[in-house]
Design a protein around this ligand. Structure first.
Ligand code: SF4
Ligand SMILES: [Zn+2]
Length: 227
């Protein structure tokens, strides 16, 4: 049967890094278009070889139309990779190309795309914005909020977001608390305040490993202490 699953297809390749791909045991997630947000989280939060995967994907897909790209790879959906690929030929009804200026403001969809496409670290601000948009798509925030964040994301795809806004989202609006247990929700709240793993561990009398496990389960990136 033809391969239809996640990128990269590791069955016929022999790159050493592919053995460490986080998607290797997550085929069901990467094969399901409805679970794109989960696949992206696996790439960004858990995968130790995202850089190698990105280089491989860029090379193997260069110039391809979006219809010939499959599955989330290196944290990017097929359409996003198509929009970011300057070599890809376009039809009149295709989504517009995303032109990166290098000055995208963190927290916007455009900045997240730049981080992922240029293999830059993904900071918590950009990742939190993405989580909000994903929750909107899952119906965990109101339809009105979803429409607003999606429109704002599209609007910022070609230009920096207006000053004082976060992808069009009201700065007073708080995203829903993540976590299915009080323990997870407390970790999430402390993480939302900008605390790193060590600070959360001290507040909750946990080990940093325990905090790290919860954080990764919730799909949250670690806050780094300033050098
Ligand atoms: S970045 Fe994503 S698609 Fe690429 S190897 Fe890692 S988990 Fe798989
Ligand atoms: Zn950023």
């Amino acid at each position: 049967m033809a391969y239809t699953g996640s990128v990269p297809d590791i069955r016929h390749s022999h790159y050493e890094w592919m053995a460490r791909a986080a998607c290797a045991d997550e085929r069901a997630v990467f094969d399901d278009i409805e679970r794109e947000h989960e696949a992206r989280t696996i790439c960004i939060v858990r995968c130790p070889v995202r850089s190698e995967c990105l280089a491989y994907t860029k090379e193997s897909e260069a110039g391809l139309h979006k219809d010939n790209r499959e599955s989330v790879a290196a944290g990017l959906t097929p359409t996003e990779r198509f929009r970011l690929d300057r070599k890809a030929a376009r039809r009149a009804d295709d989504p517009a190309r995303v032109a990166l200026s290098g000055h995208e403001r963190c927290g916007t969809y455009q900045a997240l795309l730049r981080h992922l496409w240029l293999d830059e670290p993904v900071d918590p601000k950009c990742w939190t914005g993405k989580l909000l948009r994903d929750r909107g798509m899952l119906g965990l925030v109101s339809q009105r909020e979803t429409a607003r964040t999606q429109l704002a994301a599209e609007a910022t795809a070609g230009q920096p977001a207006p000053a004082g806004t976060d992808s069009g989202r009201s700065p007073r609006k708080q995203p829903p608390v993540k976590g299915s247990t009080p323990h997870e929700r407390r970790v999430y709240r402390l993480w939302s305040e900008g605390l790193d793993d060590l600070q959360i561990a001290r507040r909750m009398a946990l080990s940093t490993t325990q905090v790290q496990r919860v954080r990764e389960r919730l799909g949250l990136l670690a806050h780094k202490r300033p050098a």
